[in-house]
Design a protein around this ligand. Sequence first.
Ligand SMILES: Nc1ncnc2c1ncn2[C@@H]1O[C@H](COP(=O)(O)OP(=O)(O)OP(=O)(O)O)[C@@H](O)[C@H]1O
Ligand SMILES: [Mg+2]
Length: 287
Amino acid sequence: MMALGKRLRRTLRRRPKKSDGRMKGKLFTKQDVKDLPPMVEVTGLHRTYEGAEPVRVLKGTSLKVERGEMVALMGPSGSGKTTLLNVIGLLDTPDSGTVKFAGVDVTELKRRKVPLFRQNEVGMIFQQKNLIQSLTAFENVYLPFRYARGARRKQGREQAREALRLVGMLERENHLPNQLSGGEQQRVAVARALVLSPAVVLADEPTGELDRKTSDQVVDLIRELNKQTGQTFIIVTHDRSVAERADRILTMDDGKVVPEKGGSGRKRPTAKRPATKPGNQPRKRKA
Ligand SMILES: Nc1ncnc2c1ncn2[C@@H]1O[C@H](COP(=O)(O)OP(=O)(O)OP(=O)(O)O)[C@@H](O)[C@H]1O
Ligand SMILES: [Mg+2]
């Protein structure tokens, strides 16, 4: 495998120039998306947890997510959603199958390169916000820069502030997590996931512990960020109203993502549908 790091960086980092340090506009035009490989493409993933009773969790599953797409992943408890997300986020290694980011197989990455790749290109948001309780909101978001010196340190401070501003938490930057509400903590966790502008953001039940209203606010925020930054989001959720904010809903069942059939999930508004085949029911439309 040749110069994987460089190739990845080049393809993943295709972004417009950032003016005045803000993330403005879409990252990719439709044409870009058409010409580039999908941002995330998972093929034939298998994962079995070994032990006295081996548990087969992923059973040859595949999945494709385009650049800038926001995809929801639903499915019964135990169907393998978290496992799949962990494999995509390189927290876990599959027994077989490939995970490609922008056409490059990241399961081939050298072990020592994985942490840096993850830090730079994969943002993660969890159900428990996983903020460090002894650090302020700002310090939690600034974490990847904690050893930075000089110019990079200054840049880190700016990026952390920018991420907090994006999620509307800049005024609370000096508060500790236990001085923030659940929804506010989750917004800080979102800022932390976004601080290095990763190509892909993976969220595992990010609203699982929030009440309806707060959950709606957090998912609205994620949707808005997705539109603003053009980053690719995969969100695992049990909450249909959260899922419905996504461009597409995928369902996982018994270790596999169920193939999409016409009419299931929501399509991007721009997607043209082929003419209905004879025998197919005409699609119901909302008024
Ligand atoms: N470390 C592990 N060792 C053994 N089995 C595991 C391990 N982690 C998960 N499992 C099993 O793998 C299966 C899938 O787990 P996973 O967490 O991926 O499900 P999920 O779809 O995220 O479920 P939920 O909706 O409840 O979060 C479950 O049966 C679980 O018990
Ligand atoms: Mg789970």
